[in-house]
Write a protein that binds this ligand. Structure first.
Ligand SMILES: [Zn+2]
Length: 286
């Protein structure tokens, strides 16, 4: 029997949700990207794919479609990162009979989309996707990335959280101010279950979201306390990482530094810390 946290390659998670693993495990993607097939009919929605060139994923997806006598109605993408959009061309080439498939996502407000060789259909906040057996409401939820959206599954009062909430580690953040607001938006939805972008299903959506918020608040407190203790001596981002990410593998320190950066930018915007070019960060004296 598989250990409780080892995810199967293909798993039925509810009467309307199947998960296919992206077969792209890494320290960042955990056991890989979760690709979800949603609905009960002969055409279903595919939420997210995986990195490019993952033949094993294409095989798994093909057999899942065959076993369930179904096909892909539309591909829905939570955000532009390559581990989610990368296999769209492979799916189109291998599993779809026509190139006329709709691939929907929210538009990046800044920066280019990853070129996937076909045009996205850009949707707006509150757009609803309908398929037999499932209704998904798309909600703009930036922070992990500037185009990030989540999908609320009306029939289950549950949520596809993309990478805003993943199961097994904390996520990376592009804008912490937006991210904290997005976590609060998730909490307000009171999701029963969360189907994350990476890692196993989360059965206690509200508790996990609350824990995620508490984790960021406690990191922010650690940053502030360290700078307060430094009594005006500037501290660099790496000084802070070494101090507060004790026990985190060094290979992840680069990502930790991005998170600390985000805390500092948020604290700077709130007028609590300042930086003098290149020298590091200090507490802002009032
Ligand atoms: Zn991801």
């Amino acid at each position: 029997m598989a250990a409780p946290n080892v995810m199967l390659n293909i798993e039925r998670l509810s009467s309307r949700v199947l998960r296919i693993l992206g077969c792209n495990p890494s320290p960042m993607t955990l056991q890989g990207t979760n690709s979800y097939l949603v609905g009960t009919g002969q055409r279903r929605l595919l939420i997210d794919t995986t990195n490019p060139g993952k033949d094993e994923y294409i095989k798994l997806l093909k057999s899942t479609l065959e076993e369930n006598t179904t096909s892909i109605q539309e591909i829905v993408i939570t955000h532009f990162h390559i581990d989610h959009v990368g296999a769209i061309p492979d799916v189109c080439q291998n599993l779809l009979h026509s190139k006329e498939i709709k691939v929907s996502k929210m538009k990046k407000p800044v920066g280019d989309e990853v070129n996937i060789g076909l045009d996205y259909t850009f949707i707006e906040h509150n757009h609803t996707f309908h398929t037999e057996g499932a209704t998904l409401r798309a909600l703009y939820n930036p922070g992990h990335s500037n185009d990030h959206m989540i999908l609320y599954l009306e029939e289950e009062q549950s949520l596809f959280s993309g990478d805003t909430i993943i199961n097994g580690s904390s996520t990376t953040v592009q804008n912490l101010i937006e991210y904290m607001k997005s976590l609060q938006d998730i909490l307000d939805l009171k999701p029963v279950r969360i189907y994350p972008g990476h890692g196993p299903v989360i059965e206690d959506g509200v508790k996990t979201t609350t824990d995620y918020i508490a984790h960021r608040i406690s990191r922010e407190k650690q940053v502030l306390e360290y700078l307060q203790g430094s009594k005006g001596d500037p501290r660099t981002v790496m000084d802070i990482v070494k101090k507060i990410y004790v026990g985190v593998p060094v290979v992840l320190h680069g990502k930790a530094a991005e998170n600390v950066d985000q805390h500092l930018l948020k604290l700077q915007a709130e007028g609590k810390v300042v930086t003098e070019d290149g020298k590091g960060w200090i507490i802002k004296e009032n």
